[in-house]
Ligand binder design. Structure first.
Ligand SMILES: [Zn+2]
Length: 471
């Protein structure tokens, strides 16, 4: 397959360095809140690469980390800085404070919803999801190695910093040059006097006395890891120093990936990642997704509207991963209808004899192979759907094949064919919801609606009372 390689600045053929195995590292979520659909777009990019590689006969080893410590509000990345958050605070600890529970309970809570959201979008699981908090030993080893190789130093306050100038090719992914970076390039105002050079970054941070959770003892004192070192440590440990593809959102290109590359390469004395692949920003209703402005779409928002979450997947695939796109409720609604239309047809066509239409399959395969042109792939699907010269049985077999990569569950039962069996549990919940609504207890009513959604039951309120629909 061919993909756009950010570092080489062109579309290149991806060739697995280990015969038959494609090794992918994907930057995972920082589990202090639900990942929004913009984050999901990046995870979908990884999934499409994985599915396509498998389709082409490769085994895929995919490692995606869980960041549950060390991602400070000032680190560029997943979602940027939320308003009202000091830039020196650990995102997990801030959220733990807000919800009055301990840090790792917060992390496990949002880690669970991350996995739930991936499943709803039919994103195949990674080989492993190592957690940062459980990889501290690996990070300490790696940091010690970088100090020994003179790429890192212990600062006066007991933190360990990477010596940016010791890594001459710094900046090759993003095009930033060390000499041109201005002090305070990442955030305004704070210059750290412990640094030899302003662009040096922390591998390990000494903790302040007020920090009582997520700290570890190291040869340099008690502290916690920097965000960038986590990905170096976990990728090297689980995939070795020949990684084919590293994915992430475009925000992560700099400084996160640049710093990660410097650390991994300096420690391994080789170019560890062959291809850096980035997914573009997602707008929602014309504006940037951000928590502070309230313009955030979660997978659960779509489920609550009784829409198929795979409508998100379809909408996102209408655009190629590296073009900026604007997701709207209109497009999600339209995709929901499209999914149902296709599923209805697939159900009818499934009864007919047929074989794969090689001409259409070839067109589809080359669209995906050519830098994941999912938009073109979907156009080919629509043309095939309407093509009267292809038999219905052949359409079924061919589209079934497309769906191995698209992951739209096109053989699922269409909405209007689904029936709900009202179990005692469902009936009880429906009754409790009527009571909650009569008491104007909207929170309770919403909670029960969520419980019903988990049982596959959607509920709408109309003049006739509660209407039940299958999800
Ligand atoms: Zn990362």
């Amino acid at each position: 397959m061919k993909l756009y390689d950010t570092k080489r600045r062109k579309i290149v053929e991806i060739i697995a360095q280990t015969p038959g195995v494609l090794k992918i590292y994907a930057c995972g979520p920082t589990v202090y809140r639900d990942a929004h659909v913009g984050n999901m777009r990046t995870f979908l990019l990884t999934d499409l690469i994985k599915r396509l590689a498998q389709y082409q006969g490769l085994k895929v080893e995919l490692i995606q980390n869980i960041t549950d410590v060390g991602h400070m509000a000032d680190d560029a990345g997943l979602g940027g800085v939320d308003e009202g958050q000091a830039d020196t605070e650990d995102r997990i600890l801030v959220q733990a404070g807000k919800e009055s529970i301990d840090a790792l309970t917060i992390a496990r809570k949002y880690e669970e919803s991350f996995h739930k959201d991936l499943a709803l979008l039919n994103i195949q699981p990674a080989t492993q999801y190592p957690r940062a908090s459980e990889s501290i030993e690996l990070m300490i080893e790696l940091i010690a190695k970088l100090i020994a190789k003179n790429h890192a130093y212990v600062s006066q306050d007991g933190s360990v910093l990477f010596d940016a100038k010791s890594f001459p090719t710094y900046g090759q992914i993003s095009g930033n040059k060390l000499d041109e970076l201005k002090p305070g390039y990442r955030f305004v105002g704070k210059e750290d006097s412990n640094k030899k050079f302003h662009a040096d970054w922390a591998l390990w941070k000494k903790s302040s006395e007020s920090r009582t959770q997520l700290t570890w003892q190291t040869p340099w004192g008690v502290g916690y890891p920097g965000w960038h070192i986590e990905c170096s440590a976990m990728s090297l440990k689980f995939l070795g120093n020949k990684i084919d593809i590293h994915t992430g959102g475009i925000d992560l290109r700099f400084p996160h990936h640049e710093d990660e590359r410097a650390q991994s390469n300096a420690a391994s004395e080789t170019e560890v990642v062959n291809h850096w692949i980035h997914g573009e920003h997602l707008l929602f209703e014309g504006r940037k997704m951000s928590k502070s402005s309230g313009n955030v779409l979660l997978v659960s928002d779509v489920v609550q509207k009784n829409l198929d979450p795979l409508a998100i997947r379809l909408s996102l695939m209408e655009h190629r991963y590296r073009s900026q796109m604007d997701l709207t409720w209109n497009s999600i609604n339209a995709s929901h209808k499209t999914l149902n239309r296709l599923r209805e047809k697939m159900q009818i066509w499934s009864n007919k004899e047929g074989k794969i239409d090689e001409n259409y399959l070839k067109q589809f395969e080359s669209a995906l192979d050519e830098d994941l042109d999912t938009n073109k792939g979907l156009q080919i699907l629509r043309t095939l759907e309407k093509d009267e010269s292809v038999s219905e049985g052949n359409k079924y077999q061919t589209i079934l094949k497309f769906d191995e990569i698209l992951g739209l569950n096109l053989t699922a039962t269409p909405e209007n064919k689904k029936e709900i069996t009202l179990t005692k549990e469902i009936e009880t919940l429906l009754a409790q919801r009527v009571i909650a609504r009569n008491e104007k207890n909207w929170q309770k009513s919403d909670e029960i609606r969520d419980q019903l959604a988990q049982l596959g039951v959607g509920v709408k309120d109309s003049n006739n009372g509660q209407e039940v629909t299958p999800l």
